[in-house]
Design a protein around this ligand. Structure first.
Ligand code: GLA
Length: 402
């Protein structure tokens, strides 16, 4: 065949081959091992990012673990101590990830041991790209090596971020790390942090235990700052997501800001109540060693935590909205319901939920417990309400009498 014909034939073959490729050719890997049952209810813990950003060290982490164990947080159900970005510094000649030797001179294994000795679990952060969001080495190309290292160190939880990932396909990239973790020989929760960019609700349930649904939260009632959003803005982005959540597969509206100082006590009560309605992971983001009484009271409210941790695992939904007023409801195990009356307005508002809005017969007698005031009303028919503070909630648990 003359060379020009040969070239044309080859070009034709190339065109045909390209056309035959699936539209989104990408890395594929089969997850052989089943997802470990590590988050039947949303994970509870603490993470360094919201308060300390890159200012992490082994002293800080030990201090937070001590405070979690001693303050009542552990007793309330919090268990993970997670170091977010900036604990890593480099890779050694063999590609092994190295902690910052100045900030973590005793090494990660010793720190994990310290956390475990307090009856808590230990978590780390990495990224599916070449670099983390803070510019430290990411795990791209080192997934299996890193997962084995995490297992040797005693890591129980991995938050896996999405900066510097270039054209990588999110499902494929997270699947590789999921496979690496499942083959690491240790049970490790996988917290997917790709900000809801590539529909993590579609593939997240098989791959990880929780997935971020949005950009970052920042410590304010509302507003936008770079890639971060205020609390109520994040809340609005959670509407319509409830169907995807369930045991071992949670929507993650990002970590808590309770106690960080940018919102009022009333606003933090609303933040905590609404995150519980969302079946959100409860990952405190404040300094546990310096909590005032209100911060501790909010973060350890056992009734609100029980809603978050309800074993049925159904996420709550907004069932009514009129101007600044909203009603959220969440079905709980055994036929109970959690309801939040939420007032975003500037003035107190009289609010009420009618049993009909909850698909209960109007004459149904219901025991109502207010989860913040702790008042109980027995045998209430028709509906329930009260005056809701500006930026506040009334959160109740309803037990229909049988
Ligand atoms: C991203 C994540 C945050 C945090 C930072 C760390 O912005 O969404 O939660 O982990 O990176 O650099």
């Amino acid at each position: 065949m003359p060379p020009f014909l040969r070239r044309a034939a080859l070009a034709l073959v190339a065109v045909i081959a390209t056309a035959a490729l699936p539209a989104q050719a990408h890395e594929t890997l089969k997850l052989d091992a089943p997802k470990p049952n590590l988050a039947p209810t949303p994970p509870m813990g603490w993470n360094s990012w919201n308060k300390f950003a890159c200012n992490v060290s082994e002293q800080l982490i030990r201090q937070q673990a001590d405070a979690m164990a001693a303050s009542g947080m552990k007793a309330a159900g919090y268990q993970y101590i997670v170091i977010d970005d900036c604990w890593q510094k480099s890779r050694d000649a063999d590609g092994n990830i190295q902690a910052d030797p100045e900030r973590f001179p005793s090494g990660i294994k010793a720190l994990a041991d310290y956390v475990h000795a307090r009856g808590l679990k230990f978590g780390l952060y990495s990224d599916a790209g070449s670099l983390t969001c803070g510019g430290r080495p990411g795990s791209a190309g080192h997934e299996f090596q890193d997962a084995r290292q995490y297992a040797r160190w005693g890591v129980d939880y991995l938050k896996y971020d999405w900066c510097h990932t270039g054209p990588r396909n999110a499902e494929a990239a997270y699947t590789i790390m999921a496979k690496a973790l499942r083959e690491s020989g240790r049970d490790i929760v996988l917290s997917i942090c790709e900000w809801g960019t590539d529909h993590p609700e579609r593939w997240g349930p098989t791959v990880g235990h929780l997935w971020r649904t949005t950009g970052d939260i920042f410590d304010a009632w509302s507003g936008k700052k770079d890639w971060s959003h205020g609390m109520t803005d994040i809340l609005d982005m959670q509407v319509e997501r409830a169907a995807h959540a369930g045991p071992n597969a949670w929507n993650d509206p990002d970590m808590l800001e309770v106690g960080n100082g940018g919102m009022t006590t009333t606003e933090y009560e609303s933040h905590f109540s609404l995150w519980a309605m969302l079946a959100a992971p409860l990952i405190a983001g404040n300094d546990l060693s310096k909590m005032d009484a209100d911060t501790l009271r909010i973060l350890t409210n056992a009734d609100v935590i029980a809603v978050d941790q309800d074993p049925l695992g159904r996420q709550g939904q907004r069932i009514w909205k009129q101007g600044e007023l909203e009603i959220w409801s969440r079905p709980l195990q055994g036929g109970d319901l959690a309801v939040v009356l939420f007032n975003r307005g500037q003035a107190p508002a009289a609010m009420r939920v009618d049993w009909a809005q909850l698909k209960l017969p109007a004459d149904q007698k219901v025991d109502v417990k207010d989860l913040w005031s702790k008042r109980v009303a027995k045998g209430v028919a028709g509906g329930y309400g009260g005056t809701v503070a500006s930026h506040g909630v009334i959160m109740v648990r309803l037990t229909p009498m049988r």
